[in-house]
Every structure is written in structure tokens, then in C-alpha cells.
Design a binder for this molecule. Structure first.
Ligand code: HEC
Ligand code: HEC
Length: 253
């Protein structure tokens, strides 16, 4: 079992590395941080024309391959780029865009955020979070009632129907969690400040970060995917044993 798992992990890592090499765009010219907002916007425009305009249209007006980005706000752009969801390699019909390693540096993301938000005002800004000010019990309650139905109680993710997947929340940074809450990416609902205020947000983030430090509550880890996967693994292993038994009976009689 451990060997199979190790092989699968190695295979996954190798293909992920290969994919990264294939799709990773070249770093834009200078690593010098832009000194002014105008410079950031200019740099962002160059990156946008190169990596985004084919789908989102020149000036972010949208095409058949991607929605318009007018007024989406800094939080949406920062979230999509920092979680590696954008730029999409190919336009897909998949309802969920996967989290990946971010394709741009921090300075490049900031430049793209500056450019896209310069096109049209509006949309949520990048939220500030202070997990240390949050309340764990409140965070637990808010998570259970608002998020766990889709992301599962252990925040390891789950299918939500229609081919959409609510991903695991174990890799998201504090800022990315807050951004997702305010933006509502894909089929996830948006929670504005009227639904979850700043203290609620701090508490939710604090709870989600704390959840990662809990020890494995027993049984095989199996990536925390719950009883379904445990049953499935038992089923596969059991089936394997039965097949072996049948073959053994077959060859010895
Ligand atoms: C191959 C096509 C493609 C490319 C290239 C691409 N996008 Fe997208 N983008 C999409 C599609 C399709 C969606 C809608 C996905 C969804 O809603 O789940 C999207 C969604 C987004 C959103 C969310 C919009 C919203 O309404 O919340 C942002 C922000 C975004 N893209 C930014 C970018 C940026 C910045 C780049 C360049 C670095 C980029 N995208 C490159 C196809 C693309
Ligand atoms: C209706 C189901 C649903 C609910 C309710 C929901 N989400 Fe989501 N969530 C999703 C889906 C689907 C995505 C993936 C969106 C995409 O990129 O296409 C997502 C993405 C996310 C991400 C990005 C994860 C990453 O690192 O890539 C975070 C963080 C997140 N949700 C947090 C929350 C929190 C916190 C709540 C509760 C306040 C919540 N979600 C409620 C469905 C849901």
C-alpha cells in the first residue's frame, strides 16, 4: 500500500513538474519593483496583453473564451492569480478552476491587479485579515453553518454537484480565504460584510488555520477524505484479495 502510494505521489509530482515547465510563462523583463502606481499599471498592461487578453479581451472587455473583467475588483484578480487559477492554459468548460502554483511573482501579480482595477472601478478590495483577533468558537460555528456543507467538516473539499468541486482549504493562505469569502469564485456564493463582518472573517480564518494543526483523529490518514474513501480502499483491497484467492484456487485444483 505504502509503495503504491509512494509511486503515485512520485508520478503525480513528475507530471506536475512537467506541466509547470510546459505552461509556465517566461518571467516578465525586470525584477525591479515598480516605483509608482502608473508604472505598475503600465507593467500590468504589458503582462495582461501577453497572458490574459486572448481570453479576457483587450482592455478586459471579455471574449467568448473568458468573461469581462470590468469592475471585478482587486480581491478577485489577486485571488485568481495567487492561487494559480489564472492564467488558464486552455479555455475549458469545467465549472471549477483548479488551484495551482502561482505563475507570476508577487510584483507581477500586484501589477496585474493595478492594471485590471484601473480599467473600471468597483468590486471588493483585497481584504485585510487578523486571525489573531478572531474567536475560535465563533469561527467553528460560522464554518459549520456556512462552509462545511460544501467544503466538508474537515475542510478537505467535496464535490458539490454539476461537476463542480469545492476544493480543500488546507493550502489557502489567510488572505486567500478572506478573498474567496468576499469574491465567491465559481459556484461558491459571495459573503459580503453584511453577511460576515470583519470579526466573523477573522474568526473563520483563525479556525481554518487552527484546523490544520489538529492531529489525525485515528484510522488510516487516506488524505482525510472520510468514510467514503475508507470504504473504497477496503473494497479495492478486498477485491484484490478475492481475485488472488480465485487465481490460487484455480491453479491448484
Ligand atoms: C484560456 C483563457 C483564459 C486566460 C488565458 C485567462 N483567463 Fe481569466 N478566466 C477565464 C475563464 C473561462 C474564467 C471564468 C472562470 C470561472 O468563473 O470559474 C476566468 C475568470 C477570471 C477572473 C474572475 C472573474 C470574475 O468575474 O470573478 C479573473 C479575475 C481572471 N480570470 C483574471 C485573469 C488574468 C489576470 C489573466 C492573465 C494573467 C487571465 N485571467 C487569463 C479564462 C482565461
Ligand atoms: C455552494 C458551495 C460552497 C460554499 C457554501 C462555500 N464554498 Fe468555498 N468554494 C466552493 C467552490 C466550488 C470553490 C472553487 C471555485 C473555483 O475556483 O471555481 C470554492 C473555493 C474556495 C476557496 C479557495 C480554495 C483554494 O485555496 O483554492 C476558499 C478559501 C473557500 N472556498 C472558502 C470558503 C469559506 C470560508 C466558505 C464559508 C464562508 C465557503 N468557501 C463556502 C464552494 C463553496
Amino acid at each position: 500500500m505504502a509503495l503504491v502510494r509512494a509511486c503515485l505521489v512520485a508520478l503525480g509530482l513528475a507530471s506536475a513538474a512537467g506541466l509547470l515547465l510546459l505552461v509556465r510563462p517566461h518571467r516578465a523583463s525586470g525584477a525591479v519593483p515598480p516605483r509608482s502606481q502608473a508604472q505598475a499599471v503600465e507593467r500590468g498592461r504589458a503582462l495582461f496583453d501577453r497572458f490574459c487578453a486572448s481570453c479576457h479581451g483587450s482592455g478586459g472587455l471579455g471574449t467568448s473564451q473568458g468573461p469581462p473583467l470590468l469592475g471585478v475588483g482587486a480581491a478577485a484578480v489577486d485571488f485568481m492569480l495567487s492561487t494559480g487559477r489564472m492564467p488558464l492554459a486552455v479555455a475549458t468548460q469545467q465549472p471549477t478552476v483548479q488551484r495551482q502554483t502561482a505563475r507570476f511573482s508577487r510584483a507581477e501579480i500586484d501589477a496585474l491587479v493595478a492594471y485590471v482595477t484601473s480599467l473600471y472601478p468597483g468590486g471588493p478590495p483585497v481584504p485585510r485579515v487578523h486571525p489573531e483577533r478572531g474567536d475560535l468558537v465563533r469561527g467553528n460555528r460560522l464554518f459549520t453553518s456556512n462552509c462545511a456543507p460544501c467544503h466538508s467538516a474537515a475542510a478537505v473539499g467535496d464535490a458539490v454537484g454539476g461537476g463542480a468541486v469545492a476544493p480543500s482549504l488546507r493550502q489557502s493562505t489567510a488572505t486567500q480565504i478572506a478573498e474567496a469569502v468576499r469574491v465567491g469564485p465559481g459556484v461558491m456564493p459571495r459573503f459580503g460584510p453584511e453577511a460576515l463582518d470583519q470579526h466573523d472573517l477573522d474568526s473563520l480564518v483563525r479556525y481554518l488555520l487552527a484546523l490544520r494543526t489538529l492531529p489525525n483523529p485515528g484510522g488510516l490518514g487516506l488524505g482525510f477524505v472520510g468514510p467514503v474513501a475508507e470504504g473504497f480502499v477496503a473494497w479495492i483491497a478486498g477485491l484484490g484479495l478475492i481475485v488472488l484467492a480465485i487465481r490460487w484456487i484455480g491453479t491448484t485444483t
